[in-house]
Ligand binder design. Structure first.
Ligand code: AMP
Ligand code: MG
Length: 333
């Protein structure tokens, strides 16, 4: 078994993948701030406090001994420095005391590899929609290239902030989905135009702070929260799907893979499916537990890297908060 440790932001998670690539459920816990957004130091404290408990749970539930673990993979970046350092320290300690290789992995690339593992798509365009990241990615010439991305905040962060402004605790995305569905149910008898909001596409890039500000203004203007949630989803998801479609047209790829926490949303999945069907392509999405940040995806990328004899020596194991998706050389199949 390869053990993976995820600690880029809110989530601390340990996960396992067998050497053949069987992915097991992760043991995870989410830091949720009492108020406001994520405080990196507090999130890191949460991770250190809960780590021993989560790891013990995972080992016990799978009846594993340390001798069953053949390598330790950890998120080396991108992410929040204090949070990354907790995961990296645990990984270095375990690798040293259990005498197994250490593998530092790129968190964004791990989202792609767990998606490929779970869905059996082989050469997709990835629409990576999470809290901190929003990118459209495709593999070409030994790297996962970023074809488009958000120029300001991640789409999940936008949903969380909008939700927080209107009294909904983190994570806001699932609560917005419920309210948007309520609005649909209330209006099932008529066609809806929705509220006009800024549309976030700029070339192949996206932006979400403008649409969030405008959505807040619509609430101040007296629109119902349910209605604004519905329109916010329609506008921001359509923008992501448009750029993903253009990426598929330019690259000629016929598979779309969704990843990141916002990929848990049924509406963005539906839009992806319709767009792909209309162009004779196929849309894939891993189970929810592997869309959100999880240790299993880190283990899976570690497994892929080990398959081409890549591991990380202690001197190169420092965390890399600004690591980019396309900085990682992809030598595995
Ligand atoms: P991640 O950063 O990949 O761990 O994903 C966390 C993000 O996913 C947060 O911003 C959540 O609000 C968002 N999220 C989770 N579930 C949903 C959902 N059903 N709809 C929209 N956003 C979601
Ligand atoms: Mg992520």
């Amino acid at each position: 078994m390869i053990l993976g440790i995820e600690s880029t932001a809110h989530t601390l998670s340990f996960g396992l993948v067998s050497e053949e690539g069987e992915a097991l459920p992760s043991s995870s816990d989410l830091y949720t701030p009492e108020e406001g957004g994520i405080h990196p130091r507090e999130a890191a404290d949460h991770h250190s406090e809960i780590a021993g408990y989560l790891l013990r749970n995972l080992m016990n539930e799978n009846s594993l001994q340390p001798s069953d673990i053949s390598a330790i993979a950890f998120s080396q970046g991108p992410g929040l420095g204090p949070c990354l350092r907790v995961g990296a320290s645990i990984a270095r300690g375990l690798s040293h005391s259990w005498d197994v290789p250490l593998v530092g992995v790129n968190h964004c690339v791990a989202h792609i590899e767990i998606g490929r593992n779970q869905t059996n798509c082989n050469d997709p365009v990835l629409l990576y929609v999470s809290g901190g990241n929003t990118q459209i990615i495709a593999r070409r010439g030994g790297r996962y290239r970023v074809l488009g991305e958000t120029l300001d905040i991640g789409i999940g962060n936008m949903l969380d902030k909008f939700a927080r402004t209107h009294g909904m605790a983190f994570p806001g995305g699932p609560k917005i989905e419920v309210l948007a569905n309520d609005w649909l149910a209330m209006n099932s008898h008529c066609t809806m135009d929705g509220i006009s909001l800024p549309y976030a596409v700029q070339g192949m890039d996206l932006s979400f702070s403008g649409v969030m500000t405008a959505a807040n203004q619509k609430i101040s203007d007296g629109h119902r929260l349910e209605e604004v949630c519905w329109s916010l989803q329609e506008h921001s998801f359509a923008a992501c799907i448009e750029v993903a479609e253009r990426a598929m047209a330019h690259t000629g790829k016929e598979q779309l893979l969704l990843g990141g926490g916002v990929a848990c949303n049924a509406r963005i999945n539906e839009m992806a499916r319709v767009m792909c069907e209309e162009r004779g392509a196929t849309s894939y999405c891993p189970p929810k537990a592997f869309c959100v940040d999880n240790g299993t995806m880190i283990a899976e990328l570690g497994r892929r890297m080990l398959s081409v004899s890549e591991s990380t020596v202690l001197e190169d194991s420092a965390v890399s908060p600004g690591l980019r998706t396309d900085q990682t050389i992809v030598r595995w199949d």
